[in-house]
Ligand binder design. Structure first.
Ligand SMILES: *Cc1c(COP(=O)(O)O)cnc(C)c1O
Length: 376
């Protein structure tokens, strides 16, 4: 077997364990595993199966197409999707028993007419905007939506209500209590209107880890399942007994000796400070390594952590390895599990002026995913 230029090793056992750790911790409410964006870059289908093996009783995606892909792979658990265009694949979702979030009278009507066309009731969750001001119906517009819902009882089955936090990663932020209050009011309004809400859900990863009063009867974590922190104030994954699922590996493909004061990579943004050896690593921004991490990104090689020397290019970057004992073919780890001495996705987030979420989700299609420790 040949060695790929870059491999994302996906520890499905760690993912299942993370889910099971969270299921124990929430102690009662159900867990809906968020597998949007190709399971945060880890691979939709294997991760969905691992999450189910770990105890997730629901799955969710952003896009309808992602939810349909779950069904096409034979996954039977309840699935919710909440983001769609005006003429999206509603009929296919309803036929496949995929729950859809309703965010307006307009989307309710589109889903209702799709349900009529496939001669089946659509299962919907009312998505309430309790203060994020992104997706969802505002509390002010909820009354009119409830009136409209009354006209669609033959085509629409309301099974849930949901909302999303603006600031769950700042556990003392005053918007949290406000959003909980608006959400509770919305639940009450829908209940008073006669809807039997099977599930009421508000908690993303940060809330699942830090705000037990937001659980209602289902939590909706994403990034935490993959062992990445939702925010500094929430604590490191290790503090929550969560293991990083993705390890990003590459290897040294060229070594060369250069003198002191050699300019390295485009625009010579790094200069060697002594006679030294440069190691070439065949991975770059086309693979999802942020160019913003030029001269900043940490890389583990033979037990030592180096900082990238100079610009990250499209397909490659350079390390200044000094007198390190290193050979062509030696493995490097860009990020993985800090308990093994590896940099974390969060470290890369800080190096690139972003967050761990963006690091893991942008790992490109050219990077081979290698699945290990499958629990199914
Ligand atoms: C992405 C997303 C989540 C999961 O968020 P994390 O911060 O990754 O836990 C939950 N709910 C909604 C609506 C989302 O868009």
């Amino acid at each position: 077997m040949t060695t790929p230029h870059c491999t994302a090793v996906i520890d499905l056992g760690a993912l299942a364990e993370n889910v099971s750790t969270l299921v124990k911790r929430i102690d009662g409410p159900e867990l809906m595993a968020i597998v949007k964006a190709d399971a945060y870059g880890h691979g939709l289908i294997p991760c969905a199966r691992a999450a189910i093996a770990g105890g997730a009783t629901w799955l969710a995606t952003a896009l309808l197409s992602e939810a349909i892909a779950l069904r096409e792979a034979g996954i039977r658990e309840p699935v919710l999707a909440w983001l769609y265009t005006a003429d999206d694949r509603f009929m296919e979702c309803i036929s496949r028993d995929i729950d859809i979030a309703v965010n307006s009278i307009g989307s309710l009507r589109a889903i209702s007419s799709a349900a009529y066309n496939v001669n089946r009731r659509a299962r919907v969750h009312i998505k309430v905007d309790t203060g994020l001001s992104r997706n969802g119906v505002t509390a002010d517009d909820l009354d009119a939506l409830i009136v409209e819902l009354g006209k669609h009882s033959e085509t629409i089955e309301v099974v849930g209500v949901m909302s999303h936090f603006a600031y769950a990663d700042e556990p003392t932020n005053p918007t949290i209590a406000k959003q909980i209050a608006v959400f509770t009011e919305s639940v009450d309004k829908l209940t008073a209107a006669g809807f039997e809400l099977q599930v009421r859900h508000l908690s993303n990863s940060a809330a699942t880890l830090g705000l037990p009063n937001t659980y209602f009867n289902l939590v909706r974590p994403g990034v935490a399942l993959y062992g990445v922190s939702p925010g500094e104030q929430v604590g490191t994954p290790a503090e929550h007994m969560l293991k990083p699922v993705m390890t990003l590996r590459s290897s040294v493909v060229l070594l060369k000796n250069v003198p002191s004061d050699t300019g390295v990579s485009y625009a010579h943004q790094y200069h060697t400070s002594s006679d030294t050896r440069l190691a070439l690593i065949p991975v770059g921004y086309a693979d999802g390594i942020p160019r913003a991490a030029s001269n900043k990104g940490p890389v583990l090689l033979n037990g030592r952590t180096f900082t990238i020397a100079g610009r990250v290019c499209m397909d490659q970057f350079v390390l200044d390895v000094g007198d390190l004992d290193v050979s062509v073919g030696d493995e490097v780890v860009l990020f993985g599990d800090p308990s093994r001495g590896e940099p974390s996705a969060e470290d890369w987030g800080s190096a690139a002026g972003t967050i761990g979420y963006e690091i893991i989700t942008r790992i490109g299609p050219r990077v081979v995913r290698e699945y290990i420790n499958s629990p199914f």
